[in-house]
Design a protein around this ligand. Structure first.
Ligand code: DAH
Length: 344
């Protein structure tokens, strides 16, 4: 019996030492020390021993059990450490790898131009006003001296929503809303950026939706020369100090007199080229002295107050400034196009 136990111990120790992982170690443990394990089996045969032998063998069996338990615990610790180290090596992160740069966004070219226009006019004491894109006929036409049957309404084909409501065809209704809100006080000195809509067939220079910036100044003693001075200053800040402007007589129902304003072509500096169709000039906006009817309808006495107004197309200015040849580029959102303005 004693021999049997010692052989068993030797064999068990060898197997413990040779185990490769924790799972195998558990199997070894069960094999020797489990309920049906070899050591337990040997001890079950103790009944056959003499009363003198029984305590001696019992003690030996307990010692062997203790020794094996100890060996198992040691081996378990060793294997655990080994597995942990393997896992750590496997899951380690190489922090020396350079990270991926997040892509940098850019303002849309139209947003940039609007911000630039705003900055220039705010620098000249203007404030910024806004109005609704879905507008009442009254503000879009009527109060701008365009009564219902006025032929000049045909200049701006409109999207009507109801008889009395439409998508605004220009930012000029914000002039009326501003004057109403000011309730006759002066000075009125605002610019109004915003989107406008017209029934147009889209092509390289036309879009059914585009952007305007409106301007309005009302006070005592405002003259056409004030308009000219403000717009010259604007043109120089926008297109360069060498820029000149010229005013051509024109017609708008809401201004009298009216003028279209050209700037010297930024491509050829006035000598004539393809961009300016050999004229040396580029039209950038419509303007004029606010019509007395318009002042009166919005609560300003036209015998006391005068004013000037203008309206410019933002896309047109952006196209001239950045050399863009098709207005549709602004709306198709091709990142190869709009991404270029990040660096400007
Ligand atoms: N509203 C005009 C348009 O959309 C532009 C314009 C012309 C605005 C003359 C004005 C102005 O304020 O005085 O074509």
């Amino acid at each position: 019996m004693r021999e049997k136990l010692l052989i068993l111990e030797e064999e068990a120790i060898k197997r413990i030492e040779n185990t490769k992982d924790l799972k195998e170690l558990q199997e070894v443990r069960v094999h020797y020390l489990g309920k049906k394990g070899s050591l337990t089996e040997v001890l079950r045969g103790m009944g056959r021993l003499s009363p003198e032998e029984r305590p001696v063998i019992g003690q030996l069996a307990n010692q062997i059990r203790d020794r094996l338990e100890e060996k198992l615990a040691l081996k378990e610790k060793e294997l655990e450490e080994k597995e942990l180290n393997q896992r750590l090596a496997l899951e380690s992160i190489d922090i020396s790898l350079p990270g991926r740069r997040p892509p940098r966004g850019a303002l849309h070219p139209l947003t940039r131009i609007i911000q630039e226009i705003e900055e220039i006019f705010v620098g000249m004491g203007f404030t910024i006003a806004e109005g609704p894109e879905v507008e009442l006929d009254y503000y879009n036409f009527e109060a701008l001296n365009l009564p219902k049957d006025h032929p000049a309404r045909d200049m701006q084909d409109s999207f009507y929503i109801t008889e009395e409501m439409l998508l605004r065809t220009h930012t000029s209704p914000v002039q009326v809303r501003t004057m109403q809100a000011m309730e006759g006080r002066v000075p009125v000195k605002v610019i109004c950026p915003g989107v406008v809509y017209r029934r147009d067939t889209d092509d390289a220079t036309h879009s059914h939706m585009f952007t305007q910036v409106e301007g309005l100044v009302v006070d005592e003693g405002i003259r056409m020369s004030d308009l000219k001075g403000i717009l010259l200053n604007f043109a120089r800040r926008m297109f360069g100090e060498e820029t000149s402007i010229r005013l051509r007589p024109s017609f708008f129902p809401f201004t009298e007199p009216s003028a279209e304003v050209d700037v010297t072509c930024s491509s050829c500096h006035g000598t004539g080229c393809r961009v300016c169709k050999q004229t040396g000039w580029l039209e950038i906006l419509g303007s004029g002295m606010v019509h007395p009817n318009v002042l009166e309808m919005s609560g300003y006495d036209p015998t006391r107050y005068t004013g000037f107004a203008f309206g410019m197309g933002v896309e047109r200015i952006a196209m001239l400034k950045y050399g863009v040849d098709d207005i549709r580029h602004f709306y198709t959102n091709d990142l190869r196009f709009i991404g270029q303005f990040a660096r400007l």
